[in-house]
Design a protein around this ligand. Sequence first.
Ligand SMILES: Cc1ncc(COP(=O)(O)O)c(C=O)c1O
Length: 368
Amino acid sequence: MPMINGIAQPAISEGAKGARCSDLETPALLVDLDTMEQNLATMVRFFKGPVKLRPHFKNHRVIALAQRQMEFGAIGVTCARLWEAEILVRNGITNVLIANEIAGETMVKRFVELAGESPVIVAVDNRTVVNDLTFMSRREGAEVNVVVDVDLGLERCGVKPGEPALALARTVVERGLKFRGLMGYEGHLQALCPGEEKDHEVRCAIGRLIDSKCMIEKAGIPVDIVSCGGTGDFRIAGRVPGVTENQAGSFMLMDSWYEPFAPDFKPALSVLATVISKTPGERVVVDSGVKALSGERGLPTVKNDPALRLKALHAEHAVIETTDSSVSVNVGDKIEIWVRYHDGTVHLHQRMYGIRSGAVEEVFEVEH
Ligand SMILES: Cc1ncc(COP(=O)(O)O)c(C=O)c1O
């Protein structure tokens, strides 16, 4: 049996195509293909104009889905990790932005080796890595593309907007690396409900990125790329003049936590689970705990049956209250549980089953 983190994964894979969804071994990660395709179509339609879509890979980690996004008009792929960029390039997706920092000799060397194969871009926010990239790119004779990461208020990575962004851009150019532009991720604003306040906050945050771009251009350094945005604010971020591309990722699979903040998209992901125990009038227990479902953003809910209320997630079990006497679930029944936090769930699975009309139409391998 294939294993992830020592956890045995269902053996059914390609052979599952055509099977009834309810016949899958559980826990199984399901994606509703109609919903996923609708989500993708909505996003692609929005980015038909001058601002382009470069969707984030970390949200699904499926090469076939990244390829589908490219076929539908994405200009490239955003990712968080060097290994993700390596896998994407190996599979023919060469326009990759690592919207994250790398550090340390091993990672810098691997990045420069990858840069020798393909014009992958990496975010930088400090001189240490700029110097390491410079040293390694000279040694390997590879051109290295970078964007300067600007902190737009998330307070994670990134230099401060304005002077610090300009200073780092200058260093990049002086060292002979290829300065491509700027990125920033206003992640702290994604979970605001749509409305005037969100509109204002997002415009202010991205305004800081655009001001930095203008300063850098005034200093005579061309800025080709200005990348930002997520699923919760794509309509705002994607229309700010000066922005060239958007890094949204959650929109395609979506989860029930994100849904209120991004009403254009519907959750497509669920986990199929089997009832393995029943205490009549009290509870049933299913075989999907935190090793199959993230509880990090709150307890997931049961799909298609609001009377079944998830009470607890254990490692291998979810406990579901059945005090409502109208509920009839029995040992051996299968139920679907909405994925509440897909970023914390997808990587727990080896594969994702694409479901249409109750049958498995596609089997997607999840990269690890
Ligand atoms: C740097 C970066 N860009 C883009 C995204 C994707 O944003 P979203 O999940 O809102 O679509 C993330 C998500 O965490 C991110 O960290």
